[in-house]
Design a protein around this ligand. Structure first.
Ligand code: NAD
Ligand code: IPM
Ligand code: MN
Length: 360
């Protein structure tokens, strides 16, 4: 965190547009940030970092240590998206995004799944009242740690292992975070796992969930759903869920499904949170670089704007956060939900509209 700033309402932000549509949507979020900073009387300084596919292909650099050190001095990081078909899978995803999540101990990946009024959802008959939850995705362990290896690569005898690492410490801290959120919402927490098959990891998650709940959160109703059934319920009865806690990979998968239910990846926001504040948190849309629509001006910037709202909330600029959220919701009702060739506005037009509404 920034130690040099004495002004409590000044925020140093690192901004990484990244690849594909990342810079396009991030630009809109920054527009909105300018407007609410002015309106609510706080200031920001932003350093833009040119990281991602282009930088890697030109220089071989993914995330230099010096940049990590600079990031660590900031109050928050805003990311667009990284990953491009020009770079082998994993180089940027592991070397940049996961490196930041792990190194800055952003162990909570908070992903709201909320259907906003007026947004077309593919789920027939679904109403906003029936779809409003937050997914607390474990963000530093599980399959993502990269444990495993390959032998005899490229031969008929090739063997590959990929292990999921789960520690009592890591599982407990994210479960505690989710229980805390549940007490601030509807006192209902669902654990999603696959305890019927993944008995080792599932056992640890379930025992920790039960022990922490019984000991410290008896008022929170506990529920458990297998991840396969979750894919069914998330679509046909999302009203079952208020706060959901799950492991890293399951959380990745179910939140893309949740994004579809709430109207598309262009609407789904996330925060990679370091709850202790020891290192900065990072805010980004759930979506990736969307190479199929890059440069067309169709990318929906709402996910990036709602991620900015989460960032403002994290910085304790609650009023500004609420204004940004409301302005995005308002724009969606006016512009029929999504950007795209068939919709009511380009990326920049939707950004402009949200900024104009947020200005008051
Ligand atoms: P993706 O999220 O980029 O795209 C999936 C689909 O959603 C595409 O059809 C895309 O056009 C659509 N979409 C995404 N964002 C949209 C938006 N703002 N508005 C409208 N439509 C949108 O996922 P992918 O195609 O599987 O991955 C592409 C690259 O992005 C890969 O390299 C992947 O590793 C990377 N990725 C990065 C992040 C991240 O930076 N956080 C997240 C997911 C994927
Ligand atoms: C996400 C993305 C990342 C993940 C990738 C790009 C590493 O899919 O943020 O959801 O799997 O967490
Ligand atoms: Mn994902």
């Amino acid at each position: 965190m920034s130690t040099t700033d004495t002004d409590a309402r000044h925020y140093d932000l690192a901004v990484m547009g990244g690849d594909g549509v990342g810079p396009e949507v991030t630009e809109q979020a920054l527009k909105v940030l300018d407007v609410v900073a002015e309106r609510y009387g706080f200031s920001t300084s932003r350093t833009s970092y040119d990281l991602g596919g282009r930088r890697y292909l030109e220089t071989g650099e993914v995330l230099p240590d010096s940049v990590m050190e600079e990031f660590d001095q900031t109050d928050a990081i805003l990311l667009g998206a990284i990953g491009t078909p020009d770079v082998p899978p994993g180089v940027l995803e592991r070397g940049l995004l996961l490196k930041l999540r792990f190194a800055f101990d952003q162990y909570v990946n908070l992903r709201p799944v909320k259907l906003l009024p007026g947004v077309p959802t593919p789920v027939a008959g679904l109403t906003p009242e029936r779809c409003d939850m937050v997914v607390v995705r474990e963000n530093t362990e599980g399959m993502y740690v990269g444990a495993g290896g390959t032998v005899y690569e490229g031969t008929a005898s090739e063997v590959a292992t990929q292990e999921s690492l789960n520690t009592r410490f890591g599982v407990e801290r994210v479960i505690r975070d989710a229980f805390e959120r549940a007490t601030r919402r509807g006192n209902h927490l669902t654990l999603v796992h696959k305890t019927n098959v993944l008995t080792h990891a599932g056992g640890l998650w379930m025992r920790t969930f039960t022990e922490v709940g019984e000991a410290d959160y008896p008022q929170v109703e506990r529920d458990y759903v297998h991840v396969d059934a979750m894919c069914l319920y998330l679509v046909n009865s999302p009203e079952r869920f208020d706060v959901v806690v799950t492991d890293n990979l399951f959380g990745d998968i179910i939140t893309d499904l949740g994004a579809a239910v709430q109207g598309g990846l262009g609407l789904a926001a996330s925060g990679n949170l370091n709850p202790s504040g020891e290192h900065p948190s990072m805010f980004e849309p759930v979506h990736g670089s969307a190479p199929d629509i890059t440069g067309k001006g169709w990318a929906n910037p709402v996910a990036a704007v709602l991620s900015l709202a989460m960032c403002l909330d994290h910085l304790r600029e609650g009023e500004a956060a609420a204004t940004v959220e409301a302005a995005a919701a308002q724009a969606l009702t006016e512009m029929e939900g999504m950007a795209g060739p068939e919709m009511g506005g380009s990326t920049a037009e939707i950004g402009d509209r949200i900024a104009a509404t947020a200005a008051g």
